[in-house]
Write a protein that binds this ligand. Structure first.
Ligand SMILES: Cc1cc2nc3c(=O)[nH]c(=O)nc-3n(C[C@H](O)[C@H](O)[C@H](O)COP(=O)(O)OP(=O)(O)OC[C@H]3O[C@@H](n4cnc5c(N)ncnc54)[C@H](O)[C@@H]3O)c2cc1C
Length: 461
């Protein structure tokens, strides 16, 4: 019998008596609200605690510790991992408070807030939260995975801008964590995902950025070789105020997908630049000339429109993801990408993306963190929709492309991408030292092992 099967429902059914939040057991109304954004992932906990305050989180953790259960956390389900019946799921999605403090240029953000909440609160004041490509993603999930956003070369990883966390440890204790107080947790929470606890709130810096020059140039798939070849050479020499990625896209004809991009292979060159916008426009000229764009959305945009650069999907969908971090992108790797995802490739992937990293990302932050991949030069991310006839092809093709790129791979993986709860993945996300110290801290702050599930590092499973 598995641990999940051995969970006694009578134990879990006592949970509502010990937690002052709304609780839904399997089969009860509301339980379905734990369905993640990535609907391909089975999230089937013993019970869902709809936390609206840090105390609810602490109560759930203490109950789990007392009854030999496990606890995991979900805000939006953009990075969902399977959740089984031995686990209580703390759903933070109602904790969306966001308070901007103008004199200190900071925001205090609840565990369930999405980046859109912070953009809405900060952008009217000319202040920018360092979100990722999609404003629908959760702030805390993103930051506990370090956070590599569309300005990463200019500003570095987003978790370097965290000032403080509030976190519930495995002992059910609520701690305020800063570089001075519980410094080891401050190190481990930035990159360590949910290994060291459930974050209930975070305080972040906001940057005085009201506008950027950017958007995307979209080309026909037939021009893929010229555009990718041109991008490889052009992007290698860019200064760090310029950020770019390139994506082979096969978008379905759905509402919201521009007519020029729907139902065909296109190549998107994404671009974001700070500082001198005239110079930024001039820097992009070689890519505008690589072929004739079918759509050009690049211009001076308000920071609030940062999500338009990648134009990620908003509605829940099934996805499968692989990622390879590269040390370099030479012409042999370009040929492999074209063969796997270019015209005539029979690729079933929705997106095959290469992000240029480097710049400020490569520099250590004032406070070290558990993020291990500052030296990666490019991130290749393959995203497909594993349904119907593509259900097996999506992971098979993604795996084949990842293997073909191995000669240039750093062997690493960004903590926020390709979520999977297995040791092989964790060994790619963290170097040996970082894994060791995260496991040491996890033993210290979670002696009962309540968080031993999902994206966590422990000495043993
Ligand atoms: C469309 C899309 C675009 C993306 N773009 C980027 C990008 O540009 N850059 C980037 O770095 N990532 C990006 N990601 C990845 C994203 O940052 C991760 O999937 C992140 O984990 C999502 O957080 P969430 O809270 O929205 O998701 P959830 O699935 O709710 O949470 C995922 C994980 O985050 C951790 N977590 C969430 N809440 C807490 C908490 N309160 N305390 C502790 N741990 C917690 C847990 O490990 C949890 O399993 C993108 C993902 C998608 C689907």
């Amino acid at each position: 019998m598995t641990l999940a099967e051995s969970v006694d429902r009578s134990v879990v059914s006592a949970l509502p008596d010990h937690v002052s939040a709304l609780v839904a057991l399997r089969g009860e109304p509301g339980y379905e609200r734990c369905t993640p954004w990535n609907v391909a992932v089975p999230v089937q906990p013993a019970a869902v605690v709809f936390a609206t305050s840090p105390h609810h989180v602490a109560e759930a953790v203490r109950f789990a510790a007392a009854h030999g259960l496990r606890v995991t956390v979900q805000a939006t389900g953009h990075g969902a991992i399977p959740v089984a019946a031995d686990t209580i799921l703390v759903q933070t999605s109602a904790m969306t408070d966001c308070v901007v403090d103008l004199p200190t240029r900071t925001a205090r953000v609840g565990a369930g807030a999405r980046w859109q909440h912070v953009l809405d609160a900060a952008a009217p004041h000319g202040l920018a939260p360092l979100c990722g490509s999609s404003p629908s993603v959760g702030v805390v999930g993103f930051l506990t995975g370090a956070g590599v956003g569309p300005l990463v070369r200019s500003v570095g990883v987003s978790s370097d801008y965290v000032r403080a966390f509030d976190v519930v440890t495995g002992a059910g204790e609520l701690l305020h964590v800063t570089p001075e107080d519980h410094a080891e947790l401050f190190w481990g929470l930035r990159g360590g995902k949910a290994t060291l606890g459930i974050v209930t709130g975070v305080e972040i810096d906001l940057l005085p950025i009201s506008e950027f020059y950017g958007g995307a140039l979209y080309f026909d798939g037939a021009d893929a070789a010229a555009v990718l070849g041109g991008w490889q050479q052009w992007s290698a020499g860019l200064p760090e105020n310029i950020n770019t990625s390139i994506a082979f896209q096969q978008l379905p004809p759905l509402p919201g997908v521009p007519e020029e991009l729907a139902g065909r292979l296109t190549v998107a060159v994404r671009y974001t630049a700070l500082d001198d916008f005239a110079e930024a426009a001039a820097m992009l000229a070689p890519m505008r000339e690589a072929a004739t764009p079918v759509l050009d959305t690049v211009g001076v945009l308000p920071y609030a429109a940062i999500g338009a650069v990648h134009a990620d999907p908003v509605d829940p969908m099934p996805t499968y993801e692989e990622q390879v971090l590269l040390r370099e992108l030479g012409s042999a790797a370009v040929d492999i990408l074209l063969t796997a995802a270019g015209p005539g490739s029979a690729s079933v992937q929705t997106i095959v993306e290469v992000r240029l990293l480097g710049g400020a990302m490569a520099r250590q932050a004032p406070h070290p963190s558990a993020f291990c991949h500052r030296q990666a030069a490019y991130a290749v991310t393959i995203i497909g929709v594993p349904v119907g006839p593509a259900a097996e092809l999506v992971p098979a093709q993604a795996g084949a492309l990842a293997r073909a790129l191995q000669p240039w791979s750093t062997g690493g993986l960004l903590p926020n991408f390709a979520p999977a709860a297995n040791a092989e993945r964790m060994a790619r996300v963290y170097d040996e030292d970082t894994r060791h110290w995260l496991a040491v801290l996890a033993d210290r702050y979670d002696p009962a092992g309540v968080f031993k599930t999902g994206l966590v590092v422990r000495f043993s499973a």
